[in-house]
Design a protein around this ligand. Structure first.
Ligand SMILES: Cc1cc2nc3c(=O)[nH]c(=O)nc-3n(C[C@H](O)[C@H](O)[C@H](O)COP(=O)(O)OP(=O)(O)OC[C@H]3O[C@@H](n4cnc5c(N)ncnc54)[C@H](O)[C@@H]3O)c2cc1C
Length: 276
């Protein structure tokens, strides 16, 4: 298949990119790993592709004042290999090691994954578990959106058509917090059938799933049970998730996988504590 006819622009500045995105039917091109196949299948038919790959500084990763800022254009492979990320957000390398394959990780970007909001993708769940803030901009100005308000459900986010995701900002891991990302996929590198992103702190927890529910959200009942020191109740709470249903993977099986993964994640953290 070939894409429908489109115009192409490769702006050199952010201001130029935002002006182009204000045009009707414009779409951002980042790594192109999802958008190009969608265009080839004509599921997406943008009139104008705004290629952000030459925008300066958009792929930067920096840690300052206790905040890790990862630019939207940071490639999965760069985030996976970054010592700053390993130090301040150790959940991310655990998750990214399971995202696709090397060739796709070399092109795919943080911003592309978050903007697409695939329910099976690992990074949206990590943003929720890490309490990220997403920084977005348009010709109208900049705004900051907590991860919990950014994801609106199946392939849907708070981004307006003319907005560009600039970066994710994450509070650096605080002392006493531990992190685990576990998933089950049919083959290594496939999208998750179910995954858990867990941040466990002293009397507090943040938990998000991928591949289970159609939308991306935290699991407040399980989090409350974990904060109260009741892991069995937390695992039981995942039996009530609004799991996706289908002939390939029934909802009951997705819920079961989520429960097994949370149990394993908790055991992994406990074993690491015992070994420390
Ligand atoms: C074979 C294969 C296997 C994969 N496996 C996995 C997997 O296991 N887990 C996983 O999470 N992902 C997986 N992916 C997806 C991949 O890792 C990328 O995350 C994904 O393609 C999106 O990133 P991208 O940079 O390629 O975005 P693009 O394809 O360029 O864009 C995707 C969408 O986001 C929009 N967009 C991109 N950047 C921005 C921005 N900064 N601001 C606003 N909108 C933006 C685009 O307009 C488009 O709608 C896989 C992809 C392939 C092809």
């Amino acid at each position: 298949m070939k894409p429908a006819r489109f115009d192409y622009a490769r702006p050199a500045t952010l201001a130029e990119a935002l002006a182009l995105l204000a045009q009707p039917e414009a779409a951002v091109l980042a790594g192109g790993q999802s958008l190009m196949p969608m265009m080839n299948l004509r599921v997406a038919r943008p009139a104008l592709l705004v290629d952000i790959n030459r925008l300066p500084g958009l792929g930067e990763i920096r840690l300052a004042g206790g905040v890790l800022r990862i630019g939207a254009l940071a490639r999965h492979a760069e985030v996976l290999a970054s010592p700053l990320v390993a130090q301040a957000a150790p959940l991310l390398p655990q998750a990214l090691a399971q995202v696709a394959h090397a060739a796709i990780r070399n092109r795919g970007t943080l911003g592309g994954s978050l903007s697409l909001a695939d329910p099976a993708a690992e990074l949206p769940a990590c943003m929720l578990a890490l309490d990220a803030t997403l920084v977005v901009a348009s010709a109208r100005g900049e705004r900051r959106i907590p991860a919990g308000a950014f994801f609106h459900g199946l392939y849907s986010t708070a981004l307006a058509a003319d907005e560009l995701l600039l970066a994710a900002e994450l509070p650096a891991a605080a002392p006493g917090w531990r992190f685990a990302f576990l998933e089950v996929a049919r083959r290594h590198g496939d999208f998750a059938m179910a995954g858990v992103a867990l941040a466990l702190g002293p009397n507090a927890a943040r938990l998000a799933l991928c591949g289970v529910e159609a939308g991306q959200r935290r699991q407040p009942a399980a989090e409350a049970a974990l904060a109260a020191g009741d892991p069995a109740a937390a695992i039981a709470a995942l039996a009530s998730t609004d799991a996706m249903d289908g002939p390939d993977l029934p909802a009951a099986q997705r819920r079961h996988l989520a429960q097994v993964l949370l149990r394993r994640a908790l055991a992994q953290l406990e074993a690491a504590d015992a070994a420390a």
